[in-house]
Structures are given as structure tokens and as C-alpha cells.
Design a protein around this ligand. Sequence first.
Ligand SMILES: [Zn+2]
Length: 138
Amino acid sequence: MSMEIIHVDLDRSYPPRPTETTKIFWDAIAAGQFKTTRCTSCGKMTFPPKPICPHCWSDSMEWADLSGKGTLYSRTIIHAAPAIFAKEAPIHFGIIDLEEGIRIATRIWDMEPLDIGSPMRIVTLQYNDGPLFAARKA
Ligand SMILES: [Zn+2]
């Protein structure tokens, strides 16, 4: 599955600092793919990607593709954003239940209010200096 890539003519306000583990995730986001880590001992996925399983403490992790599909669990609109994010306010933000059973917090790219339970999909936000991700109404 390949995600929609939306070009944003700004630099990221607070860019991620990829580690050896998370570089794989950010490279995938840039390519329009959504991935996370899965424990090979207990089989559970975690998000964000981790080198150690928070369920059973195994360090035997593998990469797994995510569908990028889910439903909106909760949402809010941030009008009074911290100074570093002020140029992008108001920022729509929400919690998405991915169909793989993972609950994530992420920016919502749609500007109109969405109903709780709306089908959502993850998209790549390609800023001038690198990628981020967000959710949009499916
Ligand atoms: Zn585990």
C-alpha cells in the first residue's frame, strides 16, 4: 500500500531526530509507506517503533507494514499552539485506532470537524526539509 504524499511548503516546526531504529520508519514515511515494529516472541505490534517489546521485554523485533487505515477515536483543535508550532495553528489533532489494533496520536490534516468513528487513513506530509505523517478522512 502506498500512502498519499501531500507537499507542505514549510520546514517542519520540530523535526524528528531519527535514530538507528527510527530511520527505517522515517525513510518509509518519505516513500509513502507506514511501518512499525512487531515482536517476534509475543507477536504484538507497538507504535512508535521500538527496539525492545514493551509487552514481554524481548529485543527480537521485526518490521511490519501497516495498512494506514483506521477510525477516529477522539479529536481536538489546538488554537493556542506552543510558539514553535504557531505558524501552523490552528492544528487539528486526534487519536486514531488503526485496524491492526494500535491506537496512535497524530495530526489530522482535514480542517473541517470530523465525526468520532470516521474512517481515516494515514498520509505523508512532505515538508521542504523532510517528512512527517498525519491522518485524513478516508
Ligand atoms: Zn513481545
